[in-house]
Design a binder for this molecule. Sequence first.
Ligand code: FPP
Length: 248
Amino acid sequence: MKKTKEQVFEKIPQHIAIIMDGNGRWAKARLLPRMAGHRAGAENLRRIVTACTDFGVKYLTIFAFSTENWKRPADEVNGLMDIFVDFLDKEIPKLHAQGVQIRHIGSRKELNSNLKMKLQNGIEITRGNDRLVLTLAINYGGRDEIVHAVQEIVKQGVPADAIDELTIKEHLYTVDLPDPDLVIRTSGELRTSNFLLWQSAYSEWLFTETYWPDFNKESLKKAILDYGTRSRRFGGRTKKEEEEAYNG
Ligand code: FPP
């Protein structure tokens, strides 16, 4: 079969997760208000979703708002919530037409009713799509997720010795998602910031200096190519290493 222009990768991560950092610094460098950076970040998310569908990535999970982001000034928090609502309003029909399924991870309790409604609406409309699963982490924290999972397990009366890794996994917000193969953090910060703590145990990480609004399709392509050079052992050894050890 003839390869299309996009089919250039040896190995494509099935699931990419992104910490979209650097909107504020992107805006500051242009003497713009922080919210302009967040708006540019939302526009970029739209482009990266399309790039993922072009490249054949099946799951994209993005960190939009952490359980700690409530500590930011009220104006910024409210502005971000408005951006999420606008994004869902404008983009759901287009994402649906593109075959994107929308999901949410995090606690919805603290979100305003309008955002909760738009999220629910987006999830329901796009439920049957399977080209790309776009998971929005809004009011998400890895520690909060694990606490929530433990609470659910205790509520269900599961005996202590019946609890194993699968029990925990099945009670995380990400129950239906595979673990991320590649986690990308933009803007030069070298931290996990409470993102997918359980799920990223064996993910490959890629840190780039680029601010999120400038992280474009070419940057994503480079990240996927870099991923293709990694040898994933999950704590064991690769087949090649086993053979080399066997052959002395
Ligand atoms: C971190 O940059 C970014 C955020 C806390 C918000 C991320 C939100 C978006 C990219 C908007 C798009 C999302 C959706 C779901 C439409 P920062 O403000 O901490 O940047 P800084 O470290 O340079 O100040």
